[in-house]
Design a protein around this ligand. Structure first.
Ligand code: ASP
Ligand code: MG
Length: 404
């Protein structure tokens, strides 16, 4: 059986006309002799609406009931799609997670799919039917409904592709692929034909809006190729796949960036074992995400300067926490409210010398000062003044031959 899993996001099923369009896309695959499994998200805005309802009932809404409420959006979208396919003369039916079942483990609202009972789905496919399955939801081993985190229907589609050994998993969405950088910043950005799972995960600022990061990790672990395509335009999309499937013509796959970071430097921190942990513990307890961290040894070797970045939204809270932290002493605190992180990402840099030099040199030529540097195996990030963001992204995009 040649199976394709088609996943439709919220905007793709956001209205009756759009649902009719989804049915058209599904039917086009039947014509290509595929057996089609549809995984759908809720109609756009619906899950947010449901979240608000629970908040009106209680601030401490029980987690199991919260997931049960949130899971209802997908039921509606799937039944409407199945209804339309029937109307067009096809055998189709909806399936909710508990009817299959799709088993999950872990906490409510963040469950992970571990097993899918595929027997009935396969039988239906063999009969020529089109199963339309709710994304985002599962059940746990206590037989309660669970959900897999916002955006979780991507992961549902990937797990269906794995358990059904599908030939393809296609994510239909409102963008037409993954771009080398944000086209609103660099009009010369181009659509990436193939990108590795690792690169996609590192390009969070470009990728996360397109797909839930967890789901990319699931695809990577299970070696599932994912095609990302537009529901509204019939264009070739981008393929997320194994490194091995990609020719390494480009050293750098893309340039990603953050817009709203802030930088904090603590001057003259008493340098003792455990001091960094003491600084960051209260931030961690308050769910403040620390990104880049640099520590300098001062010449006296008794004091150190420590610089780190956080999201701008967390700045005032972080400042308060640092100032009231009795366990840490420092002489001064310097805050830079307007910084951005610019990163180049590409598996090609592992085997290519000189990438770091080229990046720094290109920035230097444009007179862009680098505030902080951090690296991973396939990513180099620099922190710059926000006013230099566009210039930095532009010059790096050009330097690494990503312009079209
Ligand atoms: N409907 C869910 C959400 O809005 C799941 C998804 O869209 O993938 O998060
Ligand atoms: Mg989504």
């Amino acid at each position: 059986m040649k199976i394709v899993v088609l996943k439709f996001g919220g905007t793709s099923v956001g209205s009756i006309d759009r649902i009719k369009n989804v049915a058209k896309i599904v039917i086009s695959y039947l014509k290509k002799r595929y057996k089609v499994v549809v995984v759908s998200s809720a109609m756009s805005g619906e899950t947010n609406r449901l979240v608000k309802l629970t908040k009106k009932i209680s601030k401490n809404f029980p987690p199991s009931e919260y997931d049960t409420v949130l899971a209802t959006g997908e039921q509606v979208a799937c039944s409407l799609i199945a209804g339309r396919l029937n109307e067009q003369g096809h055998l189709a039916r909806s399936w909710q997670s508990w009817q299959i079942p799709i088993f999950t483990i872990g906490n409510y609202s963040h469950s992970r799919i571990v097993k899918i009972n595929k027997k009935n789905i396969l039988n239906f496919l063999r009969k020529g039917g089109i199963p339309v399955v709710t994304g985002f939801q599962g059940i746990n081993f206590e037989n309660r409904i669970t959900t897999t985190g916002r955006g979780g229907s991507d992961a549902s589609a990937i797990m269906f592709a794995k358990f059904l050994k599908a030939e393809k998993c296609i994510i239909y969405t409102d963008v037409d692929g993954i771009y080398t950088t944000d086209p609103r910043i660099v009009p010369k950005a181009k659509k990436i034909q193939k990108i590795s799972y690792e690169e996609m995960l590192e390009m969070a600022s470009l990728g996360a809006k397109v797909m839930q990061p967890h789901s990319i990790q699931d695809a990577r672990l299970n070696r599932i190729d994912i095609e990302v395509k537009s529901t509204f335009k019939n264009l070739k999309g981008s393929l997320i796949t194994k490194k091995r499937n990609i020719s390494n013509k480009n050293i750098i796959r893309g340039v990603s960036f953050t817009k709203n970071d802030a930088k904090i430097t603590l001057i003259g921190v008493k340098d003792r074992p455990g001091v960094a942990a003491k600084i960051f513990e209260p931030l961690f307890r308050n769910s403040i995400n620390v990104d880049m961290v640099v520590q300098n040894i001062s010449s006296s070797k008794k004091e150190t300067d420590l610089t780190f970045t956080i999201q701008s939204d967390d700045l005032s809270k972080t400042e308060k926490l640092l100032k009231k932290n009795k366990k840490v002493q420092f002489n001064n605190i310097i805050i830079d409210k307007k910084v951005s992180k610019v990163s180049i990402v590409g598996v090609g840099m592992i085997t290519t010398p000189g990438v770091t030099f080229r990046m720094f040199n290109a920035l230097a030529k444009k007179n862009i000062n680098i505030l902080v540097i951090s690296t991973s195996e396939i990513k180099i990030s620099v922190l710059v003044d926000r006013k230099n963001l566009k210039k930095a992204v532009d010059v790096l995009h050009k330097e690494f031959k990503l312009d079209y």
